[in-house]
Design a protein around this ligand. Structure first.
Ligand SMILES: Nc1ncnc2c1ncn2[C@@H]1O[C@H](COP(=O)(O)OP(=O)(O)OP(=O)(O)O)[C@@H](O)[C@H]1O
Ligand SMILES: [Mg+2]
Length: 296
């Protein structure tokens, strides 16, 4: 199915594809509750009170380092909101910011304006529109940090158009809620941050979350290769070894361990705790190297 320019996908919610997104990300239940409460409140208040009294922009921002589950959680949140408003149609729209500022598309400013002023309101015309603005910093690059030499004027204009568009969209369409994610809040325009009704910092998984991620992954693998299930008993030890890794890296690490050698790759039943610990250690070393480089 083709989508309008700048839209990665859109569909009605609740949608079965989105169900696991909410539960597969392991974090404090408090975070989920807070996000859902904030989102529902923002939608309700904005439909009942004037902006001058209740300056809510209908923007929720999830910020945190890469691989911590922000995008997945944002999709899950949209789905949960839809479930809590059963008598109202809910439409999900995922914006593709890269397409918007790509040079191939050109004329970014107009493209951005059209997206916010026409495309999204049209898609989300009936009921509630839940809009995912993933990696919002690419769209709203801090004007502060942009140097005219390194970045085409077009990007500046696109940033202005994005800010104006977001403002107008949520002011004129109080049935629209924007859920934005960023793994680079320093690059994000301060105006976007100040517009957010709620900013949730999604951190690296703590011990309990790491344990759950590991157990969940081993359990899934164990559904196919039965002997892997036994490793779940070692989840505490593995959670300790994974300290400092993000959720994506932890899940990937277990699969990387399955490729430790050809025998294990051919028969994942042979996977051992030592192999997983070793891949976690390796991932931590690589991570340390890249952090040192970037701060050097
Ligand atoms: N806390 C977590 N619990 C369980 N799984 C996690 C967690 N964090 C990340 N993951 C895993 O990593 C995958 C990727 O997460 P996602 O793409 O949502 O992260 P992100 O924060 O948006 O990353 P980026 O900033 O790089 O876009 C998820 O689908 C999930 O499998
Ligand atoms: Mg993401």
């Amino acid at each position: 199915m083709s989508h309008p320019a700048g839209v990665a996908r859109h569909c009605r919610l609740p949608h079965e594809d989105f169900g696991p997104a909410w539960t597969s990300i392991k974090l404090d239940d408090g975070v989920r509750e807070r996000l859902l409460a904030q989102a529902l409140l923002s939608l309700t208040v904005r439909q009942k009170l004037r902006f001058e009294v209740a300056p809510l922009h209908g923007l929720i921002l999830l910020a945190g380092v890469p691989g911590t589950g922000k995008t997945t959680l944002a999709r899950g949140l949209a789905n949960q909101i839809a479930k809590r408003i059963p008598d109202t149609n809910a439409t999900f729209v995922e914006i593709d910011p890269h397409a918007l500022i790509s040079s191939a598309l050109g004329r970014s400013q107009q493209a951005v304006a059209k997206l916010f002023e026409e495309t999204i309101p049209e898609i989300a015309m009936d009921g509630v529109g839940l809009v995912l603005l993933d990696e919002v910093e690419t769209l709203a690059v801090s004007r502060h940090r942009l140097s005219l030499e390194a970045n085409p004027v077009d990007v500046h204009r696109a940033t202005d158009a994005a800010l104006a568009g977001m403002d107008r969209l949520t002011r004129e369409h109080r049935n629209v809620l924007l859920i934005a994610t960023t793994n680079f809040p320093e690059a994000l325009d301060a105006a976007v941050i100040s517009r957010a009704d709620h900013i949730e910092e999604i951190g690296l998984p703590n011990g309990a979350a790491r344990r759950e991620i590991i157990a969940d992954t081993l359990n899934a693998i164990g559904g196919v290769w039965k002997r892997v299930k036994a490793l779940e008993a070692q989840a505490d030890r593995l959670a300790e070894a994974a300290k400092g890794l993000d959720g994506r890296r932890i899940r990937k690490g277990i699969f990387a361990a399955m490729a430790s050698d050809i025998d294990t790759a051919k028969d994942p039943n042979r996977l051992t705790v030592l192999q997983i610990e070793s891949t976690f250690r390796h991932a931590l070393t690589v991570l340390k190297g890249t952090t040192n480089e970037s701060t050097a």
